[in-house]
Design a protein around this ligand. Structure first.
Ligand code: FES
Length: 195
């Protein structure tokens, strides 16, 4: 798809939903899902791409996006968050993203992303699909290095959506296909290939 195509398509899509976080231990109730514009139901059914303006996302903040009926998190990680990804990887079930179905090839790396500071993952727990909650604070005394938590059955995931061992979720959170278009946009759509 060319940039001209994207410009044309841009008029038909979009949407974003913003719920900024960074708040330790906050849940869905505390951080409402705010939808500004949504693609039509028909467009969604057809798998319309979704554009996310990322220029206003501050380090440590996250927005929620609805894409093809699925909840997608866009987290702008801080340098500290990124540094935590290399710590305590022994507690993770698939630290190297070897389950190939869970991410495009271009996100099968140490940060599970195209641009390390931006994590893009589906928010649904891979156990039976509950929405995970962000818990970005680090609580060493509890062995918590920051990440996501599923309240349904207690699955824990790190700041790259990598699942801990010994929890019900079998795999890491899924990374949807996406690419960056210009500096302030993410386009999430059907297999766009590497960005
Ligand atoms: S749905 Fe997440 S742990 Fe069961």
């Amino acid at each position: 798809m060319t940039e001209d195509d994207l410009d044309r398509n841009r008029r038909h899509f979009l949407a974003v939903a913003t719920a900024v976080t960074g708040i330790a231990g906050a849940g869905l109730a505390a951080i409402p899902f705010i939808s500004s514009l949504k693609p039509s139901a028909r467009a969604q059914a057809l798998g319309a791409p979704v554009e996310v303006p990322i220029g206003s996302i501050e380090p440590g903040e996250m927005v929620r996006v609805l894409w093809r009926g699925r909840l997608v998190f866009v987290l702008r990680r801080t340098d500290e968050m990124l540094s935590l990804l290399d710590e305590n990887t022994e507690v993770l079930r698939d630290p190297n993203s070897e389950v190939v179905e869970q991410q495009p090839e271009y996100a099968a790396n140490g940060t599970r992303s195209v641009r390390p500071e931006y994590l893009i993952v589906e928010g649904s727990c891979t156990h039976i699909g509950c929405a995970t909650l962000e818990e970005f604070d680090v609580r060493p005394a509890e062995g918590w290095g920051g990440g996501f938590f599923c309240p349904c059955h207690g699955s824990k995931l790190d700041l790259a959506g990598r699942v801990h061992k010994g929890v019900p979720a079998p795999t890491n959170l899924r990374v949807p296909p996406y690419r960056f278009v210009r500096d302030d946009l993410i386009l999430s759509c059907q297999d766009m290939g590497a960005a």
